[in-house]
Design a protein around this ligand. Structure first.
Ligand code: SAM
Length: 289
């Protein structure tokens, strides 16, 4: 159809994904990044920041469920959560499904992302930004952890890639300050790119986290619009047992959450997927050097 807009995302050298849009719904150059929201026949609505796909209505559930339920069900009793980035609200929505969560602080650098995602992606946040347990802080996550006196049981870093404002969230100094915001036995997870296309990113993260934590690893999630194969999510904690729980142990926790929230029925995540996600293929293991 000639009236379609052809969008090409070129995140990797010499490699791009292309999709069609029927309409550019919104566009602005904020103080931090170029924000675009498209309507597309294949993916529903799509948000891009600086020309990179951030989230789509069609596949967001995979990423948001895996970034949230793996750490929150591996941790024995998560009460306080810190989200860095995550302006579309998908991570926050999934965190609040856990009845035991008492407080969430979300640190997002760009108010426009929250405002526009509230408007154009209502199913991402589903009212989560207005939950009384939530404190939204508009700030650079790098600066927040450097001066934060609070501590959290789980920290989820849902940032853009390490280019532009997101770059600060992949540095050794950020990881060191971030760890001071984690309770004893707490868990940190972070989006860490697609290893088949961004192998150096996982190696760099491995080298920067291993001096700080007893247990550093990655787990995988296949997000179709993060092209080039499955995505690796970084995992770090001082309690090595948390990554070695059985599907039965995880299932018990999942059932306890579902008893407190009968509407909680993940579309991707389950206890078997949780445990299997930590099984890394050899080419990814070879990057952990
Ligand atoms: N799921 C996506 C991915 O894996 O690439 C990330 C989506 S989320 C929209 C990324 C968010 O990180 C954006 O809202 C962006 O504004 C925010 N962000 C980028 N750099 C940041 C920083 N230094 N501090 C806080 N938020 C930041």
């Amino acid at each position: 159809m000639s009236d379609r807009i052809v969008i090409s995302e070129r995140l990797h050298e010499g490699y791009a994904q292309t999709f069609e849009a029927t309409e550019l719904l919104f566009e602005v150059r904020t103080d931090h990044q170029h924000l675009q929201i498209f309507d597309t026949p294949a993916l529903g609505r799509v948000m891009m920041l600086d020309g990179i796909v951030q989230t789509t209505e069609k596949d967001e559930f995979i990423y948001h469920e895996m970034m949230v339920h793996v750490p929150l069900l591996a941790h024995p009793n998560p009460r306080r959560v810190l989200i860095i980035g995550g302006g579309d609200g998908g991570i926050l929505r999934e965190v609040l499904r856990h009845p035991g969560i008492e407080h969430v602080t979300q640190v997002e650098i760009d108010q426009s992302v929250i405002d526009m995602c509230r408007q154009y992606f209502p199913n991402h946040s589903q009212g989560a930004f207005d939950d009384p347990r939530v404190n939204i802080v508009i700030a650079d996550g790098r600066e927040f952890v450097a001066q934060c006196s609070e501590q959290f049981d789980v920290i989820i870093s849902d940032s853009t890639d390490p280019i532009g404002p997101g770059e600060a969230l992949f540095t050794s100094s950020f990881y060191a300050d971030e760890k001071t915001c984690l309770t004893e036995g707490g868990i940190m997870v972070a989006q860490n790119g697609v290893p088949f296309m961004q192998g150096d990113e996982i190696t760099t993260t491995w080298r920067r986290l291993t001096p700080l934590y007893e247990d550093v690893s990655f787990y995988v999630a296949p997000v179709p619009t993060y092209v080039g194969g499955f995505m690796t999510l970084a995992w770090a904690t001082d309690d090595s047992a948390l990554r070695r729980q059985t599907p039965e142990q995880i299932q018990q926790r999942l059932q306890a959450v579902q008893q407190g929230n009968p509407g909680f029925r993940p579309r991707y995540y389950n206890a078997d997927v949780h445990v299997a996600a930590f099984a890394l293929p050899n080419y990814v293991r070879d990057l952990l050097v």
